[in-house]
Design a protein around this ligand. Structure first.
Ligand SMILES: NC(=O)c1ccc[n+]([C@@H]2O[C@H](COP(=O)([O-])OP(=O)(O)OC[C@H]3O[C@@H](n4cnc5c(N)ncnc54)[C@H](OP(=O)(O)O)[C@@H]3O)[C@@H](O)[C@H]2O)c1
Length: 276
């Protein structure tokens, strides 16, 4: 896929949330890259950046063949702390640049009252500096809904390239997706499998059977057909490989409509009420 700054971003991304630090993470990342993933998604708060970096080194790939994302955690918001947080992530990963750096969650009004937007703008200024200095190639947002995004869009010198949000059948985030499309911001889907729970949904299972594909393929292809880049996590080699093979079939308009009609579901926190 393409970002609004002209850079390419490989689809899908390989997720590492809840992937335990140490050998499990090192093996999963190395396995994923060997299977063909070129895009790894991590975050300082996942506590596994050292292992992600080791998995990348063990893969034997050259740095420029891979696309690596990390995120500044909520305790590090603000200008100076964000600059330091990025340095720490680079050090832990053992990399000299990130392909994409994201604000992990917006400061929200429930926690920060009237200064929430100002905190997000200070953090964004630091993100722009990191991009100017070449420490990160692209910068973006995560879990920003339109109300959080508006002040950034109004004042940014560098437009966000990405908004990474919870996205899957049952949570299609129409307003956020529409705003992102208007500004040519790529939407990335976290928990595209509904943390694994949607794999058992009977509609998904039926559609998968009709195509001779797996439920994971249907959920990932659903994102892709909607122009959304899925990030998918597994620590099992067979699933890691399975989750790559979803681009060789098309969901029909009727199948897309049946998937869109699945009941509402949210597996993570809402950015307006997240208190962490
Ligand atoms: N920005 C944010 O706030 C945010 C929040 C959440 C996630 N993310 C990112 O998005 C990535 C993906 O989201 P996620 O990890 O929450 O959920 P997910 O990818 O929707 O689902 C992962 C779960 O599904 C299982 N699974 C994966 N492939 C499978 C398959 N083919 N068959 C059966 N089970 C399968 C995994 O188990 P095993 O590992 O045991 O195989 C794991 O329990 C994260 O890893 C992270 O990088 C970002």
């Amino acid at each position: 896929m393409k970002l609004n700054n002209g850079r390419a971003i490989p689809c899908p991304g390989f997720g590492t949330f809840k992937t335990p630090d140490g050998d499990i993470c090192i093996d999963a990342v190395r396995e994923a890259i060997a299977a063909g993933y070129e895009h790894i998604d991590t975050a300082a708060v996942y506590g596994n950046e050292r292992s992600v970096g080791e998995g990348i080194r063990q893969s034997g790939k050259r740095r420029e063949e891979l696309f690596v994302t990390s995120k500044v955690w909520n305790t590090e918001r603000g200008y100076d702390k964000t600059l330091r947080a990025c340095e720490k992530s680079l050090q832990d990963l053992g990399l000299d640049y990130l392909d994409l750096y994201l604000i992990h969650w917006p400061a929200n009004e429930m926690q920060f009252g009237a200064v929430a937007a100002g905190i997000n703008l200070d953090t964004w200024k630091a993100m722009e500096r990191l991009a100017d200095e070449g420490l990160v190639r692209s910068i973006g947002l995560s879990n920003f809904y339109p109300s959080h995004m508006a002040p950034v869009l109004a004042t940014a010198n560098i437009a966000p390239a990405v908004d990474q949000i919870e996205y899957h059948p049952g949570l299609l985030q129409e307003e956020t997706v529409a705003l992102c499309q208007e500004h040519n911001i790529l939407v990335e889907a976290w928990s595209p499998l509904g943390r694994g729970k949607l794999l058992e949904d009977s509609t998904i299972v039926d559609i998968a059977a009709a195509h001779g594909k797996t439920p994971a393929h249907v959920l990932l292809r659903f994102c892709e057909q909607n122009g959304v880049l899925p990030l998918v996590k597994s620590v099992h080699a067979d699933r890691i490989r399975e989750n790559l093979n979803f681009s060789d079939f098309d969901l029909s308009p009727d199948e897309m409509a049946r998937i869109c009609a699945l009941p509402q579901a949210r597996y993570g926190s809402h950015p307006d009420t997240a208190a962490f």
